[in-house]
Design a protein around this ligand. Sequence first.
Ligand SMILES: [Zn+2]
Length: 67
Amino acid sequence: MDRVREIKLQFTRRIPLMDKVCPVCGATFAGPSQRKYCSDRCVNRRDWAEHGADRNARRRAKREQAR
Ligand SMILES: [Zn+2]
């Protein structure tokens, strides 16, 4: 027989929120310090702005090759 004792643990993590300004849409929002954008939408938009054209070109080149 196992001699065990079950102990329930409960954690509450308190993350300080900072007043931040989203560099994409300019909205002010409260978020943890490592967060940069107000929403996933803005993360995607930024990602697209940075790599979108690049990615499209590479994809197009691949398609041309296949032909
Ligand atoms: Zn935003």
